[in-house]
Write a protein that binds this ligand. Structure first.
Ligand SMILES: NC(=O)c1ccc[n+]([C@@H]2O[C@H](COP(=O)([O-])OP(=O)(O)OC[C@H]3O[C@@H](n4cnc5c(N)ncnc54)[C@H](OP(=O)(O)O)[C@@H]3O)[C@@H](O)[C@H]2O)c1
Length: 379
């Protein structure tokens, strides 16, 4: 009897000791000074979404495909995230990425500098993920990728933001035949001029649940087309891997002033990816290789439609360009990451396009690896 009372008391003392240790976790190593600004960042808590890691990050383009993964990764480790958005309804779901009060929506207009300043002035790092595949009546490619990035970089430079991460695109070049890629290159140039130690990230074509790549290939039962007879060579990359790389950049100050090209481990011809989609979704997708001039003409006509968000003549131009790795550019390896290969996980994204009769059938090449834990979608 006495022994059990003593044990209970000992247990209670342990609990009290644990609670005390939780509430007294602050010490010198919880204090970090930002190298560039000397600003203090104080960690609080045990780590994870309910703690505070001392960073305040603003994510522009958070409502997009990549944006949600970046916000999730940042918030999961206790970063306060300002989700800069144009429509609160589009950003509301992101509030659940972090604990109460950790994810803060603020609205902005890319052409209104004051609203940009309001979004960045408390942050120590700003991610610019803004991008658009087509031009609209209000925003040309240059408005979004070049002038928008310039205005954003200026707002950050003038308000003492220590880090700036600019998301551009593979093949961005000022002499590219694609206006999109030219504007991305111009955006990189402006950002570098204003913030020389900004980190520039050029992802390849990204795939994931909400992508505009595998979903387009798998979705269409009617007919599919590929440009350039499917010969274009690309290196698709997982959006989750890119988000993880951006997350690493939060603390890795060694990435400052550098350019990273983030592409998948394997090069495919577009045709091979269509074949893979056909194999996994177990349905014969009727694919037609349309001559480039015809695809461009169709895209030009579709571009005139008021609600077309599918295709633009410039997109067709980009679809003809092989992914070119810039010699010497840093990549996943330099962040100690190993990107996942598309075919090992594509089943997760393409299964939903299967018919009822074959929905549950395993896909040996992919499923096996997933079971062995090579890749976790929600990590
Ligand atoms: N997806 C790819 O395969 C791929 C490949 C290479 C590079 N990238 C680049 O990676 C970045 C993220 O890609 P993503 O696929 O996540 O793009 P996304 O899904 O198209 O999202 C684009 C984001 O940019 C915002 N945006 C677009 N135009 C804007 C404007 N005029 N003013 C303010 N915000 C604007 C959108 O906000 P709203 O929701 O308000 O429209 C959205 O949050 C982009 O810069 C993109 O160019 C993407």
């Amino acid at each position: 009897m006495l022994a059990s009372v003593a044990l209970k008391q000992a247990g209670r003392t342990n609990v009290i000791a644990k609670v005390a240790s939780v509430t007294q976790t602050r010490s010198m190593h919880d204090l970090t000074l930002r190298k560039k600004t000397g600003e203090p960042m104080i960690k609080y808590g045990m780590g994870g979404r309910s703690s505070t890691n001392g960073h305040i990050a603003t994510v522009f383009g958070c409502t997009g495909f990549l944006g949600r993964y970046v916000v999730l990764k940042l918030a999961q480790q206790g970063t306060q995230v300002v989700i800069a958005n144009r429509d609160p309804d589009e950003a509301r779901h992101l509030k659940l990425a972090g604990d109460l009060g950790q994810v803060i929506p603020l609205d902005f207009n890319l052409k209104d500098k004051d609203s940009l300043v309001e979004c960045v002035r408390h942050s120590d790092i700003v991610y610019n993920l803004i991008g658009r595949d087509y031009e609209t009546k209000n925003f040309t490619f240059n408005d979004v990728h070049a002038d928008g990035s310039r205005r954003l970089a200026e707002a950050c430079a003038e308000n003492g933001v220590a880090r700036f991460v600019q998301v551009s695109a593979m093949n961005a070049s000022e002499d590219s035949p694609s206006a999109f890629l030219r504007s991305k290159a111009l955006g990189e140039k402006y950002v570098r001029e204003i913030i020389p130690d900004a980190t520039i990230v050029r992802p390849g074509t990204m795939w994931g649940h909400e992508d505009r790549f595998l979903n387009r290939i798998g979705d269409n039962d009617g007919w599919q087309y590929y440009v350039n007879e499917g010969q274009t060579k690309i290196r698709p990359v997982s959006a989750i891997d890119v988000a993880q790389a951006l997350n690493i950049m939060l603390t890795a100050e060694s990435t400052m002033g550098k350019t990273y090209e983030l592409y998948g481990p394997k090069e495919y011809q577009v045709k091979e990816i269509f074949d893979l989609a056909r194999e996994i979704s177990m349905k014969p997708l009727p694919i037609r290789a349309i001559p480039n001039t015809v695809t461009k003409l169709i895209a030009t006509l579709m571009d005139k439609l008021p609600y077309n968000q599918m295709v633009s003549p410039d997109l067709i131009e980009r679809m003809k360009l092989d992914d070119k790795i810039t010699p010497g550019a840093l990549t996943f390896e330099d962040l100690y990451m190993k990107p996942v290969a598309l075919e090992t996980v594509a089943i997760q994204f393409l299964r939903r396009f299967r018919s009822n009769a074959v929905f549950d059938l395993p896909y040996e090449k992919g499923d096996g690896q997933i079971q062995k834990g090579v890749y976790h979608l929600i990590d």
